[in-house]
Each structure stands twice: as structure tokens, then as C-alpha cells.
Design a protein around this ligand. Structure first.
Ligand code: ZN
Ligand code: ZN
Length: 261
């Protein structure tokens, strides 16, 4: 591919091209992508139909995972004790929260654009994954790394936070993923769209063209631009990686929409 790019570059260069970005099909300008409803509809864990109004898509979910978890009540059909299968967990340690049905309402720009300045992510939902469970950023608390929290991640690689600070009661909680939702990628593939961040840019799994992406291959926001099967014209996208910061780096690449919960 590199050789092809170089060849194309020289072909265009010879024909008096003066903008490198127009020369290589792998490095498209991507500020004019409108994400169609059909791509957003890959999010299947919804509580009402996904719809577009004006410049935004509206996605409503209840934040409850569709896979088994030790964080469901014992009598729940999806309750399953931790099964030791999460490769990121060294020393399983269940946290004192449970999974609660929520009312998450995401409002996400359908024409994602690079922000003029970066907007930091906040604690709480920063995006939505395919099964409707929200993505959270790479911190356990204010700039605290996830290191210790990872041991509370279940077989799906998620865990619940207290409904509100100090309300750890073993029953209620807000389930979320900071990292690759490993049961979702196992089912859907590790090289496909796994969700969206609030700025509208898609999140892809950790695999691309047969390679496993690592954070150092991505920019500060934890993404890059190129053509994908969903966007042959090219688009900026984030990647889930196994190494810190896992999903997002120093804030949103674009201007974020909103989420209410
Ligand atoms: Zn968390
Ligand atoms: Zn990529």
C-alpha cells in the first residue's frame, strides 16, 4: 500500500498537484462525511428507534449489557459468576455495584468535524457501544489510571459505577466499558465499528487489515484517518487498543454532542 501511495503521489506530483492530501487515497480530507442512519443502526441495544433530526442522530439505550455478568442480580437470566476469561484481569475483584436499567439519551452530530480546539472527555458516558452500553474514558477518577479498576472488569470487560458517588450498595449501578467490549467484538468481529464517541466519529475494534493496532500507531486522540469498509471515501476514527489509553487519548477529536442520563 505504501508503494501504491508513493506511486500515486508521484503521478499526481508530476501532474502539478500541490496538495499532498489529495494525492494519496489513504489520507483523505474527511471533514465532509455525513454518517448515514444505516451506520448508526449498527447500534442494536436501543430502547427506541434511532432517528436523525437536523444535524444530529438520537440514540436511546438503557445501558444494560446483553451478555452475562456477575453484576446482574443472582436471579437474573444473564447472571453468571466471573468465569476467569477476561485476559486483562489478573486478580478478579468484584466491585460493590450492580447493573441498573438506565435511560441514556445520546445526541450525536451526523456530520462529525474536527474541533477547532480539543474538548476533554468528562467522567461518565463519552460514547455508545453497539449493545447500548456507554463507553467511559481511560480514567478511574480525576486523572487516576484504570490500573486497579481493571480487576473488577467482568467477562465482557465492563463494570458498574455507583449510581451516584458514595452509593455503593451491591445492587444499583451504571454499567460501562473503558476498554474493548470483548464479548461484543467476539460476536461482531474485532475489525468492525464497535460504537461512536459523542463527537460522532466511529470507534473501530483493535484489528485492521489483519494487524493489531497499538496506541503508538494512533494520534493523541487515539485515532487516525483512512478509508474503511463503511466509509470508502475515508473517515477519522478511533480504535480500541489493549494498551492505555484503550479508547480515547487527550479528548474528543471533534466537537461532542450530548448525553443525558
Ligand atoms: Zn469504570
Ligand atoms: Zn483505522
Amino acid at each position: 500500500m505504501k508503494n501504491l501511495c508513493l506511486t500515486l503521489f508521484f503521478l499526481f506530483f508530476i501532474s502539478s498537484c500541490n496538495d499532498n492530501n489529495d494525492c494519496c487515497p489513504d489520507l483523505p480530507e474527511n471533514d465532509d462525511v455525513i454518517i448515514p442512519l444505516s451506520v448508526y443502526e449498527k447500534v442494536y441495544g436501543v430502547t427506541s428507534q434511532i432517528y436523525i433530526q437536523g444535524e444530529y442522530v438520537y440514540i436511546n439505550t438503557n445501558g444494560v449489557p446483553d451478555h452475562k455478568s456477575p453484576y446482574f442480580p443472582l436471579d437474573h437470566i444473564l447472571y453468571e459468576a466471573y468465569d476467569g476469561s477476561n485476559p486483562f484481569v489478573n486478580n478478579w475483584n468484584k466491585n460493590p455495584n450492580g447493573i441498573t436499567t438506565l435511560n441514556l439519551r445520546f445526541k450525536i452530530p451526523i456530520r462529525p468535524k474536527k474541533g477547532s480546539s480539543s474538548t476533554p472527555t468528562s467522567m461518565g458516558p463519552i460514547g455508545v457501544s453497539l449493545n447500548g452500553v456507554p463507553f467511559y474514558n481511560q480514567y478511574a477518577g480525576m486523572n487516576q489510571p484504570l490500573t486497579r479498576e481493571i480487576n473488577s472488569f467482568d467477562q465482557g470487560n465492563g463494570h458498574p459505577a455507583p449510581i451516584a458517588p458514595g452509593q455503593e450498595n451491591g445492587v444499583d449501578g451504571r454499567y460501562h466499558y473503558h476498554m474493548e467490549p470483548i464479548l461484543t467484538t467476539k460476536e461482531k468481529g474485532r475489525n468492525v465499528i464497535i460504537g461512536f464517541l459523542l463527537d460522532g466519529f466511529p470507534v473501530y475494534g483493535p484489528e485492521e487489515n489483519g494487524n493489531i493496532i497499538i496506541s503508538s500507531e494512533l494520534d493523541n486522540y487515539h485515532g487516525h484517518s483512512h478509508a474503511t469498509s463503511d466509509f470508502p471515501e475515508g473517515i477519522y476514527h478511533y480504535h480500541l487498543t489493549a494498551d492505555d489509553p484503550y479508547l480515547n487519548g487527550s479528548g474528543y477529536y471533534g466537537t461532542p454532542g450530548t448525553v443525558s442520563q
